[in-house]
Design a protein around this ligand. Structure first.
Ligand SMILES: Cc1ncc(COP(=O)(O)O)c(C=O)c1O
Length: 298
């Protein structure tokens, strides 16, 4: 059975809706929101896009899936859910020891029978090294090991499909950047004058650009990353951002959270107010989901 058959609630194409905020100068633009947060109640947003082809192409000999993430990881959450649906054993290698106080995400993974392996920062840092992967492969024979955030090469193909679902041809596509795989997948499908703008959600100037270049396997000039909107770093939230997310969610009828989508929409507002885009431009904002990560620990 394929993943698609076993997760019937997956809804693609996701809606792409006109967006008319009352932000200064927004009326000069045609703004759209691609609601990838609506793809699935659990496997929302870029998680599904990034995992789809890897999971479709799992070797028949696969005994288990192993992956990595933090205690609130949307990636581990989505993958844990899918593995549970597939009755596929899943091991989550988690950065930090949460055994004394599980996060809501880890509670869910336990309920879905995932194996949780807590590792310290030093071990976690080795996650992409060949020696560590070999060690895991020896510990879990037959396992498929998926990198943190689902940034394996096949993720780009899944993400690229977003561009083919669009009825409008945007001049700009804005997307939050964590590992860079979602941005790279979009960049790979841009045509002509189209430009992708990544909004860094962490302090990663130069590092994030080199990650995207590495994923693209070539240098392209039709994208860049804005580094002014991380609000202090990964999962850091300024008072202004928290207030922005609350107001946004109340006024627009859909939710954003402070780790990814909140930073994206906040950056979009700032850029629009500064008249960054030329009049009449079509600007697409990609809502990548991730609302589960904003749940408070109990
Ligand atoms: C909800 C959400 N949006 C955006 C991103 C950033 O995507 P990427 O890591 O591909 O840059 C992530 C992390 O994977 C995420 O969980």
């Amino acid at each position: 059975m394929t993943v698609i058959e076993s997760i019937p609630e997956i809804e693609t194409p996701s809606p792409c809706l006109p967006f008319k905020p009352d932000w200064q100068h927004a009326e000069d633009l045609q703004i759209y929101v691609k609601r990838d947060d609506l793809i699935h109640p659990v496997v929302s947003g870029n998680k599904w896009r990034k995992l789809k082809y890897t999971l479709r192409q799992l070797p028949a000999s696969t005994t288990r899936i192993v992956s990595f993430g933090g205690g609130y990881s949307n990636h581990l959450h989505a993958l844990g859910f899918i593995c549970h649906q597939l009755a596929m054993p899943f091991t989550a290698i988690v950065r930090g020891d949460y055994s004394a106080s599980l996060t809501p995400m880890l509670h869910d993974l336990m309920a879905w029978n995932s194996e949780l392996v807590y590792v310290d920062k030093v071990e976690y840092r080795q996650r992409d090294t060949l020696a560590y992967i070999n060690q895991l492969q020896a510990r879990y024979p037959g396992a498929v090991i998926i990198p943190e955030g689902g940034k394996q090469p096949s993720a780009l193909r899944g993400v690229g499909e977003i561009m083919h679902e669009l009825a409008v041809i945007p001049d700009y596509v804005l997307v939050p950047v964590g590992s860079g795989a979602t941005l790279a997948g979009l960049v790979g499908q841009l045509y002509g004058h189209q430009r992708a703008i990544g909004i860094a959600v962490l302090k990663g100037e130069n590092y994030l650009e080199s990650e995207v270049n590495q994923l693209l396997d070539r240098t392209q000039t039709n994208w860049h990353i804005q580094h002014d909107f991380h609000h202090g770093g990964y999962a850091k939230c300024s008072r202004e951002l928290a207030e922005f997310c609350r107001t946004f969610t109340r006024e627009h009828g859909f939710a954003v959270e402070p780790v990814y989508s909140g930073k994206l929409f906040y950056a979009a507002k700032m850029l629009i107010e500064r008249q960054y885009f030329e009049k009449g431009a079509k600007v697409l904002l990609l809502h990548t989901g991730g609302l589960q990560g904003a749940r408070e620990s109990r």
